[in-house]
Design a protein around this ligand. Sequence first.
Ligand code: 5GP
Ligand code: ZN
Length: 153
Amino acid sequence: MNPPSGRTCHLAVIAMVDCIFCKIIEGKIPSTKIFEDDHSIAIFDINPIAKGHTLFISKKHYSDLLEVPPEKLASILTNLPRVVAAILKATGAEGFNIIQNNKRCAGQLIPHLHFHIIPRKTGDKVHFNWQPLPADKDEMTALASKVKQSLSL
Ligand code: 5GP
Ligand code: ZN
């Protein structure tokens, strides 16, 4: 056995054993499930920030977006738009946000890949605390070349 991948695998198993979403997927913790296919489930969030706030969750345990093999992502997300459309119809919402947190610093509390679907209505009380500032052009140009360099590796 190759030690590094063996250790990675072991850590992944520990993460799954403790994972609330894995337990929900296995039916060990109850949830209000509104959708399921071979690759994903959708459940209502237990602490919604808007009516119909839904979690669209990959059935396989990936800790975050960067852990998913790119070729698997399409099948996980295939039915996301259909679920969104059904939620909008049921709630009468006019629009929606998709929020996907990765790592604790970005607000991810449950390290199992999921997408928040937040139904929105004009004048609703949902606020995201963004504080945009004008970009520094030189900094932006330097950063763009760094990212492009990294992408070409
Ligand atoms: P995160 O911060 O990881 O992006 O979001 C995790 C979300 O999962 C939170 O919005 C939280 O309310 C929700 N959540 C946590 N535990 C449970 C649970 O046991 N059941 C359901 N349905 N949602 C949960
Ligand atoms: Zn999990």
